[in-house]
Write a protein of this length. Structure first.
Ligand code: BGC
Length: 804
């Protein structure tokens, strides 16, 4: 840690408020105070938010949890605790909505008073939070405050796009800002811990939780993971508006077999290290206070009882000093997994493997004391877990400020700046999948001035976040118009015709016929189709990834009217819609855009905002291609260009790794996204054509530039636009096979019409490092291909060599 820490001044100023008139007189006092604070506080981060913008340069001690100055307080508390009180710190229950099987317990008040609970989740009522906290602080013997947790995933009250959408911005600084807003809103009601970010790499769109992460790439996923952590935790973890982050689900959860949630995973150590671990490591380096152990078994050993990942890697290799919480009841589930013969064995295995806190299964509460007394679990192991929990609580300043000011919430929600941010992020998350001419004119989008009337059709138009009105009580920002209302404001009420056509699921012939009739009366039909939010997320795996219910029928019927059609697709995953991509001229992937869906969509359709988001998942042509990801290994028999119109008679095209009825390639590749303008890429140019493996190895982990790569990118269209410029690397000749392409850099740039920018990437040695055949992280001699490209499937190559 730097001394004094750089973040100190900024963060302290925001905490100490002086009346305007007294400001000057107080300057000296402030400076003195800051010096003192910088010396005293173990909580100040070693990193300013400058690194936040790039998503790079994570610091190992950004949250204060790892600071050795916490040790003495932790130890003195620990010395005064009985075994039961220690175990109490390791116990968490839900005192609100259940997100899994419950324990049936409700006697929390008594348990808290006896020091038997360390944390609660899902309590969202501020007076109740304070009430529980009063019991913990005033009635329990040691006055240790509770930690209140909640899934604050993409905003609390101000709703941002789902994480898959946020990642589609390819802009970690926006994600950091959104998380900061989420932290200030959630903390205003007393929540101080979010179970986010989900940093699971996901390669299979059948898995519903693909919506909750940053997609399939470890490099992008790492940048996003760090950004979330920085945003939630802010510059000081003990600031009243900071949340402790929780990187989840450690580890491999996203590789669930067949995309079935909670399912087993088989991931070699090599693949784990190359793909699945990096975003967790990035979250740890960014200072995440906590991690969550996953439900899945990993190579036969459930992740919530896996000493290799929880202790060897997380604690020993990465030096993580924060707390590990189990996923909901995942300790109890060790019995169902079959690695624990009974509940006591489950508790023992989880604790010994490295799970500090038991979320919701109650097994630590029920069995740990006896396990310690019988010698099955050494008390020193319990102590260690208690240390981790106390560290987090101390670092968060909970002992000093356990309560939340009940008036705070009123001033925290839906601030104009927060809503503005939600709108910006929504606009930047949209991915233009297709924008072809409808008839003889140019591209259908943005909507031309000649369009005087539109028909808005489909079940998701009014409120994509809640199409069936399932959450009528959920507060929404006043004054933000729905998409149809926004369109009516622009075109005039009478020029926006409406028809639902069908529900997301179900629906009748009459409604489809009515929608067809409506479409014929408008200049343009806008279809709002897709999944409802409940169809993705936890426990929402799907085997069919087309439009649910009768929506495909509706779509075809409207297209058959001959009216130009814009399809806005709402979903938590890519949907397989080959017919739509062939027949509908314009398709926009809007994910679930959040509070500002209406304005963001209208602005985008009218061209006030030019879509610039790009895919963070490979978009499949058919479900049978899943798992589908761009950064795959080559096989020994890579297919050339497959001609699906000809059966593969000849040996060259038959005995290769391919399907006989589908292309291997994605419908839209990872990194792909269109724009209302056009971009042209010049050749990829590299600063050197030879590098030395020895020198690169020497500088591994450092920020030293080892190679400069650049390309000119021009806006060749007539509108300003944003382009996400990507850099990919392929290594050949290494001891382990490497992906056919691996993302190693990206920049979202703005280009005026006709403008050209030289986009430069300074690659650090890590861009060339791999996990080798001895599972060591190193640079090896290799032939290297580098692309600067608009997506993972195009671009011009540059070649260089890494010599020994
Ligand atoms: C989910 C976690 C979540 C937890 C608490 C579990 O079912 O897998 O991601 O944080 O519930 O709501």
């Amino acid at each position: 840690m730097r001394f004094p820490p750089r973040g100190a001044r900024l963060s302290s100023l925001s905490i100490f408020r002086f009346p305007a008139r007294g400001r000057r007189r107080n300057i000296c006092r402030v400076i003195a105070l800051l010096g003192l604070l910088a010396w005293w506080s173990p909580l100040l981060p070693a990193q300013t938010s400058a690194a936040a913008v790039t998503g790079a340069g994570a610091s190992a001690n950004a949250n204060g949890v790892a600071d050795p100055r916490l040790d003495s307080r932790v130890e003195s508390l620990l010395r005064s605790m009985t075994l039961d009180e220690k175990i109490g710190q390791l116990v968490q229950y839900s005192a609100g909505q259940a997100t899994g099987p419950g324990t049936g317990r409700t006697d929390y008040e008594d348990m808290i008073a006896r020091g038997q609970i360390g944390a609660l989740l899902n309590v969202i009522d501020t007076p109740l939070i304070n009430e529980y906290q009063h019991i913990a602080v005033e009635k329990s013997r040691l006055h240790i405050p509770l930690l209140f947790g909640l899934d604050v995933i993409h905003g609390f009250r101000t709703e941002f796009p789902i994480p898959l959408g946020m990642a589609s911005t390819w802009d970690p600084s926006l994600v950091e800002k959104a998380s900061r807003v989420a932290a200030s809103e959630a903390s205003a009601i007393g929540i101080r811990w979010t179970f986010s970010p989900m940093v699971d790499i996901a390669r299979d769109a059948r898995w519903g939780r693909i919506m909750e992460g940053a997609g399939e790439d470890p490099y992008l996923g790492s940048a996003m993971a760090a950004a979330y952590v920085r945003g939630y935790q802010g510059l000081r973890l003990d600031a009243p508006d900071s949340l402790a982050a929780c990187a989840k689900h450690f580890v491999g959860y996203g590789a669930a077999e067949g995309g079935r949630d909670y399912n087993s995973t088989e991931i070699s150590e090599h693949t784990l290290r190359e793909f699945y671990l990096p975003p967790f490591h990035a979250a740890v380096n960014a200072g995440t206070a906590t991690l969550m152990s996953a439900f899945n078994s990993l190579n036969g050993v459930p992740a919530s009882a896996n000493p290799f990942t929880l202790t060897e890697i997380l604690r020993k290799e990465w030096g993580f000093k924060g707390m590990v919480v189990s996923d909901w009841s995942s300790i109890g589930e060790l019995v169902a997994h079959g690695i624990a013969i009974d509940q006591a064995a489950a508790a023992r295995k989880a604790l010994l493997a490295g799970v500090d806190m038991d979320m919701a299964s109650s097994l630590y509460h029920d069995h740990l004391a006896e396990l310690v007394r019988s010698g099955a679990v050494p008390e020193a192991k319990v102590d260690n877990s208690v240390r981790h929990v106390l560290r987090v609580k101390l670092a968060m300043g909970l002992f000093e400020h356990p309560y939340v000011d009940e008036g705070r919430a009123r001033q925290a929600f839906f601030l104009p700046a927060s809503l503005d941010l939600a709108k910006t992020i929504a606009e930047r998350s949209f991915v233009l999948l297709k924008n072809a001419p409808a008839a003889s004119s140019g591209p259908l989008l943005p909507i031309s001035r000649n369009v005087k009337s539109v028909a808005i059709i489909g079940p998701l138009a009014d409120n994509p976040s809640d199409p069936e009105g399932l959450n009528p009580g959920r507060p929404s920002p006043s004054g933000v118009l729905s998409f149809p209302a926004e369109m009516a404001r622009r075109l005039g009420e009478g020029n926006v015709l409406r028809a639902k056509g069908t529900g997301v699921l179900g629906g009748g012939d009459d409604a489809i016929a009515a929608a067809v009739a409506t479409a014929t009366h408008a200049d343009l039909a806008i279809l709002a189709l897709g999944e409802s939010p409940a169809m993705s997320g936890e426990a929402a795996s799907r085997t069919r990834l087309g439009l649910p219910g009768r929506q495909q029928e509706l779509l075809e019927a409207i297209v058959n009217t001959g009216k130009p059609v814009v399809l806005i697709l709402f979903s938590g995953r890519p949907l397989t819609l080959p017919w739509a991509f062939e027949h509908v001229p314009a398709v926009l992937a809007a994910w679930f855009p959040g509070s500002e869906a209406g304005p963001a969509l209208a602005r985008t359709l009218f061209g006030e905002s030019n879509p610039g988001g790009k895919l963070v998942v490979s978009w499949p042509r058919s479900v049978g291609q899943e798992p589908l990801y761009y950064n795959a290994l080559s096989t020994g028999r890579p297919p050339g260009k497959v001609d699906l119109t000809r059966p593969p008679f000849d040996v060259e095209s038959k005995y290769v790794s391919r399907y006989i009825d589908e292309e291997n390639t994605a419908q839209f590749p990872f990194g792909y996204g269109g724009s209302y303008t056009t971009f042209k890429y010049g050749p990829t140019a590299i600063g050197k054509d030879r590098l030395s493996a020895a020198e690169l190895n020497h500088a591994l982990g450092k920020e030293n530039d080892s190679l400069t790569v650049d390309a000119d990118v021009s806006n060749t269209g007539s509108r300003g636009g944003e382009e996400i410029v990507q850099l990919y690397v392929r290594l050949q000749g290494t001891s382990t096979a490497q992906p056919v392409r691996a993302l190693k850099g990206f920049q979202r740039i703005t280009l005026a019409p006709g403008e050209t920018k030289k986009v430069t990437f300074n690659l650090t040695p890590d861009a060339f490092a791999i996990w080798n055949d001895r599972n060591e992280y190193a640079v090896e001699p290799a032939k290297v291909t580098i692309w600067i490209s608009p997506d993972s499937a195009s671009g011009s190559e540059a070649k260089l060599e890494i010599l020994p």
